[in-house]
Write a protein that binds this ligand. Structure first.
Ligand code: PLP
Length: 394
């Protein structure tokens, strides 16, 4: 066969290898063999979108006014609803016309941000392990991700003082994500205070990814970086309805920040997409208005699953620490094992259980494994039994 006449671009070739390939393959093989796979791999709620949201969508989609290109900045009522939600949840006031922008899920808004602020030779500061778009968005813009290891002994918070001066000089963006994927860690107010001070001193834009702000079951509610004085000068924050309202497939979120940060992002976006389907924006208003009661219920469910999974894992010798937020349990491997890819491949082949190797989120995740809590309790129990047989021969 003739080779295709075009090669992948240099920027595509720069993307790190997709480390979940082997796991995906092993999963497919297990399913083909008829194994009942228990999937702790996907970061996607197992529950459906609530009925009140689906019903609002049915109404919105029937309105022909919603069938056209959305305007640049999106639906005014949606931006106002987002401003209202931010006020109610974090006690912060934002101008819905200049400081809030609808995005096609926060992944889109995050991955496009480097195109607005990063040039070749510039650096972005990314946590390691991390949500992959921070790194890929940087590479697409010609920038260079600098990886800040998140260590369990530091509560999975990055050490800003450890970043070499030469790197800081070239840094444009600093990604922070608490509650955190994949570690499940949360950040105290003092961390955001330190980040804001540091960013102002070094003229770095802080990109705060708050996708899990509503998925929590600890004593303290996660905070917004904007609750810290000075943050408005140096930060942009991303919110998403995906995890909060079981709306991962709907593709809607919003970015919040000063007009000088939002405008360049809008400029990029208006050249590559034409916004979020207006019917989805209109539906999201209902979701934002009524989400608090709903998330209370789902958080009770995730908490019970967490308690169950953590106790199963502890019994199996995982040195696991219970997370206070997100639907991820992130733990070091048992018995001093360190190869997370081999561990997960083995687990899948021997027990039909899918979990994600920590190294898939970055080199500093090696030695860890991530389980999601998007699995019903009876399957968590069954997984515990299967793992007992496999790991302990019991
Ligand atoms: C799921 C997730 C998002 C949200 O993605 P959407 O594009 O809004 O669906 C953002 N950041 C992190 C860390 C996530 O895990």
């Amino acid at each position: 066969m003739n080779p295709f006449f075009l090669e992948d671009s240099q920027r595509l070739k720069k993307l790190p290898p997709y480390l979940f390939v082997e796991i995906d393959r092993a999963k497919r093989r297990a399913i083909d063999k008829g194994v009942k796979v228990i999937d702790f791999g996907v970061g996607d709620p197992d529950q459906p979108t609530p009925k009140f949201i689906v019903n609002a969508m049915i109404k919105a989609v029937k309105n022909p006014k919603n069938h056209h290109y959305p305007l640049d900045r999106g639906n005014t009522a949606f931006r106002q609803a987002a401003a209202h939600w931010l006020k109610k949840r974090f006690h912060q006031t934002f101008n819905p016309d200049t400081e809030i922008l609808p995005i096609i899920g926060s992944k889109e808004g995050i991955a496009h941000l480097p195109l607005a602020f990063v040039d070749p030779g510039d650096v972005t500061l990314c946590p390691d392990p991390c949500y992959p778009p921070y790194k890929s968005g940087t590479l697409f813009a010609g920038g260079e991700p600098y990886l800040m290891p998140l260590r369990e002994e530091n509560g999975f918070l990055p050490d800003l003082e450890a970043i070499p001066d030469a790197v800081v000089k070239k840094a444009k963006l600093l990604f922070v994500n608490y509650p955190n994927n994949p570690t499940g860690a949360t950040a105290p107010r003092s961390f955001y205070q330190k980040v804001v001070r540091w960013a102002a001193q070094h003229r770095v834009l802080v990109v705060s990814d708050l996708a899990y702000s509503e998925v929590y079951f600890g004593k303290e509610r996660p905070i917004s970086i904007f609750e810290v004085p000075g943050a408005r000068d140096v930060a942009i924050e991303y919110h998403s309805l995906s995890k909060t309202c079981n709306m991962t497939g709907w593709r809607i979120g919003f970015a919040v920040g000063r007009p000088e940060v939002i405008s360049p992002l809008l400029k990029v976006k208006s050249n590559v997409d034409s916004g979020v389907f207006t019917a989805v924006q209109q539906t999201a208003i209902e979701a934002l208005k009524n989400s608090f009661g709903f998330t209370k219920k789902t958080n009770i469910m995730y908490r019970r699953r967490r308690d169950l999974l953590v106790s199963e894992l502890k019994g199996l010798g995982f040195p696991v620490r219970a997370n206070d937020a997100t639907f991820y349990v992130f733990t070091r491997l048992p018995d001093g094992r360190t190869d997370s890819t081999a561990f997960c491949k083995d687990l899948l082949e021997q027990t039909g259980i899918v979990a994600t190797p920590g190294v898939g989120f970055g080199a500093a995740g090696e030695g860890y494994v991530r389980f999601t809590l998007t699995v019903p309790e009876d399957e968590i129990r069954e997984a515990g039994q299967r793992m007992r047989k496999h790991l302990r021969g019991r």
